[in-house]
Design a binder for this molecule. Structure first.
Ligand code: ADP
Length: 401
């Protein structure tokens, strides 16, 4: 019997959704609602994607808020199927769990209040997440709703890794520490890598590079995260599409004294930095590659900065783990940009990361090894699947009740 689970990922202006059958792990439907709150919104609903039964619906109209977005989603399910009445539970991707939520939880009033309390830590992410949860609970009031946290997988970080070297009282008052993000992806990919190799997760030291628009890297010993690059917020660490990753903490005070407001600095760091900042607006690797081809020096430098940072982190995590068995690339850049994987591994070759150029060039949606036979470190590409991981987490929580 099918156990359809609805997975929701609510951003400020978009909602991604999927229905996955937790029994067969087949995707029954996917959808994307965009431009919520803007003059003209869109909804794309696909049933049975990638099969001969595939059907789609596209809609364009103003979508003022999350409640209206979910009303339109419900309508799309009623028009094309599958029936939302069959859905057994709803899993909500939730960005910041703070110190309170260290694992997936069933949502009740106290959980929603807890998420509200955490909003100052994730002002861009948690408020739209809460709006989505409330709208979904109103839409599907008779099934359990659970929250799956981006931070949960990193709740195992040792204190030495998550503590910032600042005033301890201040840190305690505001919960200032490294939390880490993209945890659902790091967790899924590290398990999948071990399973693909036919190895026991407990026996492996892994470094996972989640390189999408946002990017983060983790060091995982025996399935347990011991270090990761994102911090109090998803700004720290690697160079990203529009975020800088690590900068000198003195930068903020410097710019404030030069006359920029906190909001201007925040927008600059979240939206106008990273690859986009260094190139005058190009955040996508496909466009960056085209610019480099055309001889653009800023694009070449941006690529160099991206690789330099990634290599520095991998070297650091290699030292922390005291040796690494598997290096994994995932997410949009990690899965598709063979040149990034090659540039990184070429720099790391003296440390035992021997990439196989032919295997690296293969395009595939399957998890695969791309290192040379006999390479001291096994290098892999493992496509991430956060929705599948969320469906598994949702079912696991329900089974506990
Ligand atoms: P998000 O963080 O939004 O989930 P994704 O994991 O989907 O991001 O990654 C999106 C990024 O992946 C794009 O901005 C682009 O840089 C990169 N990307 C996607 N497809 C390709 C490709 N074929 N070649 C190179 N880079 C790609």
């Amino acid at each position: 019997m099918a156990t359809p689970i609805l997975l929701l990922n609510c951003g400020s202006s978009s909602i991604k959704y999927q229905v996955i059958d937790a029994e067969s792990e087949a995707v029954m439907a996917t959808g994307l609602i965009q431009k919520i709150g803007l003059p003209s919104g869109t909804l794309d609903h696909t049933v049975a994607p990638g099969t001969t039964e595939e059907r789609t619906e596209h809609l364009e109209q103003p979508i003022p808020d999350h409640a209206e977005a979910l009303r339109l989603m419900t309508q799309a399910f009623a028009d094309l199927g599958p029936s939302l009445a069959e859905v057994k539970a709803v899993g909500h991707r939730t960005v910041h769990g703070g110190e309170r939520f260290r694992r997936t939880v069933r949502i009740d009033d106290s959980v929603i209040q807890g998420l509200r309390d955490l909003s100052p830590l994730a002002p861009l992410h948690n408020p739209p997440g809460i709006a989505g949860i409330e709208a979904a609970m109103a839409t599907l009031p008779n099934v359990p709703h659970v929250a799956i946290f981006d931070t949960a997988f990193f709740s195992t970080l040792p204190a030495e890794a998550y503590t910032y070297a600042i005033d301890a009282e201040l840190a305690a008052t505001y919960g200032i520490r490294k939390y880490g993000f993209h945890g659902t992806s790091h967790s899924y990919v590290s398990k999948k890598a071990a399973a693909t190799l036919g190895r026991d997760l407990d026996d492996l030291n892994q470094i996972v590079c989640h390189l999408g628009n946002g990017a983060s890297i983790s060091a995982i010993r025996g399935g347990v995260a011991i270090e990761t690059s994102m911090g109090l917020t998803p700004l720290q660490g690697l160079v990203m599409g529009t975020r800088p990753g690590d900068v000198d903490p003195g930068l903020h005070a410097f710019l404030a004294r030069e006359g920029m407001t906190i909001d201007e600095i925040d927008t600059m760091l979240n939206k106008k930095s990273g690859l986009a900042g260094m190139t005058g607006g190009t955040s996508d690797f496909r466009d960056l590659d085209a610019l480099i081809e055309s001889g653009d020096q800023a694009a070449r430098l941006a690529y160099g900065v991206y690789i330099h940072r990634l290599v520095s982190y991998i070297g650091s995590y290699l030292a922390l783990l005291g040796g690494v068995d598997v290096l994994v690339f995932t997410a949009g850049v990690g899965e598709n940009a063979a040149n990034v994987r090659e540039s990184v591994c070429d720099r790391l070759a003296p440390l035992g990361f021997l990439i196989d150029d032919e295997a690296n060039a293969v395009r595939s949606k399957q998890p695969r090894v791309i290192s040379q036979p006999g390479s001291p470190v096994t290098i892999m590409v493992v496509p991430t699947n956060e929705e599948l991981m969320m469906a598994r987490e949702t079912v696991a929580v329900l089974d506990e009740v």
